[in-house]
Design a protein around this ligand. Structure first.
Ligand SMILES: *Cc1c(COP(=O)(O)O)cnc(C)c1O
Length: 345
């Protein structure tokens, strides 16, 4: 049996999801007539404490819609240099939204408040773009699933809010943060105007994300979604699985966090390896191979030969992600296999 630690996106829909899909009541969602999608959007908006929700095909689409519906062409968007929006969304902010990215250095997903404050432009000077949006990411993927402290989010909200600049929260793994912090998810979402969540990662739905925000913003996002080819018809077929995801898959994320800690702890004991995110906040472990004579490509291949899949961050770093289909025994096996391997090379 393969142990797939590349991403939590590999999770298969549960039996309960397949059952819900089979019996989903559906309609034409472009007409706004899919009862399952309407219910899912309302459920997500209520859960996240916002007025309205929009079902979208992917997190990337939802993030792009958040930008399109809250900025004008030529606006500047402030975001972290290693944010998913900047780093991993195919340049869509430039290519499609026509905005200019103002990327700031970020440590554990946090740009300093001082740098954000300095970077905000509200001038009416003809030469300068204006800041249209500030983007945060929680949990923060590239730093290893880091959680943004609530106090940090509050500071960003105070700063941007005071200048009438909207905040978008890329919360693809937002529930990992709320579960780990032991807070209501709204304690986090209160600091952002729009929030994106993914149903298809740790929550195990086959596809789909939801963008929530105030009604006018979501109305604009709906128009842009149509323009991007994201209007779908009997979408309740997949939305039904999303309902199960929100209703019953959130609390179990704690198991993934425990497994990630066990994994990091086991690997941390190997002097040949270094864990980049020493304090594992959620379900991602990033391992540095600097001390090894082999690079990431070879490391990944050797593990693959033993039925273990991990993903590549760069030439010297790999990423391991725990999820519903990774058991404690799997994690222990992975530690054993890696231990043997690093001692051999
Ligand atoms: C996965 C992810 C997304 C969106 O990914 P899709 O594959 O487009 O659904 C956005 N932001 C972060 C932080 C992510 O981890």
């Amino acid at each position: 049996m393969t142990i797939d630690l590349r991403s939590d996106t590999v999770t298969q829909p549960t039996e309960q999801m397949r059952e819900a899909i089979l019996h989903a009541e559906v309609g034409d969602d472009v007409y706004g007539e899919d009862p399952t999608i309407n219910e899912l959007q309302e459920q997500a908006a209520a859960q996240l404490g916002k007025e309205a929700g929009l079902f979208v095909t992917s997190g990337t689409q939802g993030n792009l819609l958040a930008v399109l519906s809250q900025t004008e062409r030529g606006d500047e968007v402030i975001l972290g240099e290693d944010s998913h929006l900047f780093y991993s969304e195919t340049g869509s902010l430039a290519a499609i939204a026509g905005v200019q990215t103002r990327t700031l250095e970020s440590v554990n997903g946090q740009m300093t408040i001082e740098r954000i404050a300095k970077s905000i432009r509200t001038t009416t000077d003809l030469h300068q773009p204006k800041t249209g949006l500030v983007c945060l990411e929680n949990t923060h993927a590239r730093s290893g699933g880091s959680i943004l402290p609530l106090s940090y989010m509050e500071k960003v909200a105070d700063l941007a809010g005071g200048m009438n600049i909207p905040i978008h929260l890329d919360g693809s793994r937002l529930f990992n943060a709320s579960v780990r912090l032991g807070v209501d998810v709204q304690d986090i979402t209160q600091y952002a105007g729009t929030v994106l969540i993914c149903l298809s990662k740790g929550l195990s739905a086959p596809m789909g994300s939801i963008l929530v925000g105030d009604q006018p913003t979501i109305n604009r996002a709906r128009r842009w979604r149509k323009a991007l080819g994201g209007g779908t018809r009997q979408a309740g077929i997949v939305g039904a699985a999303g309902q199960v995801a929100l209703a019953s898959m959130v609390d179990r994320l704690a198991i993934d966090h425990t497994n990630a800690e066990v994994l990091a702890d086991g690997l941390h004991r190997l002097p040949e390896l270094r864990i980049i995110n020493e304090e594992v906040h959620s379900n991602i472990v990033i391992v540095s191979l600097e001390q090894l004579p082999i690079d990431a490509t070879l490391f990944i291949q050797r593990l693959k030969d033993q039925g273990i899949l991990v993903s590549r961050m760069n030439e010297r770093q790999v990423r391991l992600v725990t999820h519903r289909e990774i058991s404690r025994a799997d994690v222990e096996r992975v530690v054993r296999v890696i231990k043997e391997m690093v001692q051999e090379v």
